[in-house]
Design a protein around this ligand. Structure first.
Ligand SMILES: NC(=O)c1ccc[n+]([C@@H]2O[C@H](COP(=O)([O-])OP(=O)(O)OC[C@H]3O[C@@H](n4cnc5c(N)ncnc54)[C@H](OP(=O)(O)O)[C@@H]3O)[C@@H](O)[C@H]2O)c1
Length: 238
């Protein structure tokens, strides 16, 4: 018997990557799970892969950056799952680029998927989560804690997610609504390290970035603030 046995959870970004891995664990632990993503066909394949209706897996196509979709998603999750013990917000996306060369439209886009979508989902599901004394699990990144070079609009959006998580923890007793911020480093996946290559064109290569970082450390007296700053280049938190 595990904690999640016979409980119910909604996983955004549940058709791929970390979201699907979380959903798989929840299903293995005996939970009923609603998977959410935009592409209905990928969502159906993921739901089938995890055991489908026979294992209590349902799919709810929705774009979590859209308020109307999120409202519909919450309503459908309520009718499919009944109680909702956990919202695992895995939908999100990384980026590459120098901050000053990243168009503001890109900051808007990354902000919407990595931050606003989390707020929309949390607000829509909070009544159900509180009724169940449940869990809000936000998938951040190492970039929620420390910005690296050349990650475009990603760190700013993930930092905001960390602020939201902190505020939620201060405003709600954890026994009534527990908030967890997960901050993974780069995930092991087949396309790890090459996934954002198209957006990284023209940026310093990883060895060059490392060399620059180590030159800067070598020319800085040890123990000074500059010597101890984070030397991460591209390929850091994603
Ligand atoms: N990959 C890493 O190394 C890494 C490291 C640290 C943190 N993270 C974080 O972990 C989370 C998952 O990353 P991942 O790389 O595993 O993701 P992924 O494989 O790219 O999968 C993203 C999932 O989110 C869904 N999604 C994207 N935009 C959506 C939207 N607007 N509405 C609803 N669903 C949407 C996608 O399906 P559709 O496209 O069909 O909507 C898919 O199911 C993200 O928050 C990411 O920032 C990832």
């Amino acid at each position: 018997m595990t904690y999640w046995n016979e409980k119910a959870a909604l996983v955004t970004g549940g058709s791929a990557g970390l979201g699907k891995a979380i959903a798989r664990s929840l299903v293995s632990a005996g939970a009923r799970v609603a998977l959410v993503a935009r592409d209905a066909s990928n969502l159906r394949s993921a739901a089938d892969e995890l055991g489908g209706a026979a294992r209590g897996v349902v799919s709810i196509p929705a774009d979590v950056t859209r308020e109307d979709d999120v409202a519909r998603m919450a309503e459908r999750a309520g009718s499919e799952l009944g109680t909702i013990d956990g919202l695992f917000h895995g939908a999100g996306r990384s980026d590459r680029g120098e901050a000053l060369a990243t168009p503001v439209s890109r900051f808007d886009e990354l902000w919407r998927i990595n931050f606003v979508a989390a707020v929309l989902c949390a607000q829509a599901l909070a009544p159900a989560l509180r009724a169940a004394r449940g869990h809000l699990v936000l998938i951040g990144s190492l970039a929620s804690k420390s910005a690296s070079r050349h990650l475009g609009a990603y760190p700013a959006a993930k930092f905001a997610l960390a602020a939201f998580a902190q505020q939620m923890r201060l405003e709600h007793d954890a026994r009534e609504l527990h908030t967890l911020l997960v901050c993974p480093g780069p995930l092991a996946r087949v396309d790890a390290g090459s996934r954002y290559d198209a957006r990284a064109v023209g940026l310093p290569t990883r060895p060059a970035a490392r060399a620059a970082a180590s030159n800067s450390r070598a020319s800085t007296p040890s123990g000074s603030p500059r010597a101890s700053s984070t030397p991460a280049g591209i390929g850091g938190p994603s």
